[in-house]
Ligand binder design. Structure first.
Ligand code: GCO
Ligand code: MG
Length: 403
């Protein structure tokens, strides 16, 4: 099965997405997600200018060799732009191989290890009361696991508190908006939030929280300790992870489970975290961590240390990534949970898909491939719009902080 052509489709049905479409001499096409929030055009250019010319004429079945060719062969390794591009190629090739076999992708990985994929949804509110109401609304929709984020008194905007009801979308059209941050206010508020949420929702629902890289290791240790009575499923991105050793300090202070990895793009970003058992969940995902081929390697390393998967699944990852991730999740032995932030109706219309949600679980469907397609004519009606994630500054003196 020879690759005859490939192209990049950039569209913005409510937000920007980059999609790679590969065509073969057998008439089959494969799709891969290459979306990188706020840096979309760099990945599009990397693919169009540097990757696609090297793909033409290759055997689409040689997924591993093409992966190594694009990773080792580039000489320059890793990084989100490169790895998102490699991910898109890898996802499209797995889609093609599964279509050629006439099987849903999870069957090629080794078949289903479970009946469905437990997902967590996002409940967020401006204050504790409205967040509690949102958590109850998600519970009523059937979710077994819910992430809770709330506005913090004295801060104008806080990560996780969205505009829409079902879609949290932090990127804004234009240049990066600026948010303010105060660690003390956040640390005083968050245990109160979970006290209220846990007593309203009962013991049977898994609760999650995203710190979004804002704390130092010792502050994260303190928050983890303060949240222990509420039995969180995980505390996410408690501190920036460039220094993997930083997590040792958090671990020494709390039994709240730790999740990290949505901005990682290779196994090297999480190797020490996993081998030293400093985390409980690894959040690397298909689109940013080298596709199915590389994610499988990360999950296998993690399985040696009882670290489970918890793939990133925000709305800035397209339905193509979501579909591929669900096939991966259905198979991967050390599955933990999958994030599921629903896409807007416009996005869903551009990317028809086979995956479904029922009672807190998702299933990728039985369509050959990963089960997600693109309506190119509709996509063309939504041209790219420049948009950026916010930046954060400390409230008391304006120092640029982690967003
Ligand atoms: C999450 C993430 C997202 C990111 C977003 C950035 O846990 O879902 O933290 O909300 O902020 O994906 O592009
Ligand atoms: Mg996160």
């Amino acid at each position: 099965m020879k690759i005859t052509s490939a192209k990049v489709i950039v569209c913005s049905p409510g937000r920007n997405f980059v999609t790679l479409k590969i065509e073969t001499d057998q008439g089959l096409t494969g799709l891969g997600d290459a979306s990188l929030n706020g840096r979309e055009l760099s990945v599009a250019s990397y693919l169009t200018d540097h990757v696609i010319p090297c793909l033409i004429g290759r055997d689409a079945h040689q997924i591993e060799d093409i992966w190594q060719y694009l990773y080792r062969g580039a000489y320059w390794r890793r990084g989100p732009v490169t790895m998102s591009a490699i991910s898109a190629v890898d996802t499209a090739l797995w889609d093609l191989k599964a279509k050629a076999a006439g099987l849903p992708l999870y069957q090629l990985l080794g078949g289903a290890s479970r009946n469905g994929v437990m997902v967590y949804g996002h409940a967020n509110g401006r204050d504790i009361e409205s967040t509690v109401q949102e958590v109850l609304r998600y519970k009523a929709m059937g979710y077994k696991a819910i992430r809770a984020q709330s506005g913090v008194p004295g801060l104008e905007k806080v990560y996780g508190v969205g505009r829409g009801k079902m879609q949290y979308e932090p990127a804004e059209i234009g240049l990066p908006p600026e948010h303010d941050w105060d660690t003390g206010k956040y640390l005083r508020h968050t245990p109160k939030l979970f006290d209220a949420v846990r007593s309203a929702v009962g013991d049977d629902i898994h609760l999650l929280h995203d710190v979004h890289h804002r704390l130092t290791p010792i502050e994260a240790g303190r928050l983890g300790k303060d949240l222990e009575p509420y039995r969180l499923f995980w505390m996410e991105d408690a501190t920036p992870a460039e220094n993997q050793e930083a997590f040792r300090l958090i671990r020494q202070h709390t039994t709240t489970p730790l999740a990290v990895g949505e901005i990682f793009n290779t196994i090297w970003d999480c190797k020490d975290l996993i081998e030293n058992q400093l985390i409980d969940y690894i959040r690397t995902t298909v689109v940013h961590a080298g596709g199915i081929t590389h994610l499988r390697r990360i999950a296998d390393l993690a399985s040696l240390y009882q670290v489970r998967t918890g793939s990133h699944g925000a709305t800035d990852l397209s339905p193509v990534c979501m579909g591929a991730a669900l096939h991966f999740d259905l198979w991967v032995p050390n599955f933990g949970i999958q994030e599921y932030m629903r896409h807007s109706d416009e996005t869903d219309a551009v990317f028809p898909h086979a995956y479904t949600f029922k009672d807190g679980f998702m299933h990728p469907g039985e369509v050959p491939g990963h089960g997600v397609t693109i309506d190119e004519a509709l996509a063309a009606k939504y041209p790219y719009q420049r948009a950026y994630l916010p930046v954060n500054r400390l409230q008391h003196d304006g120092t640029l902080w982690h967003w």
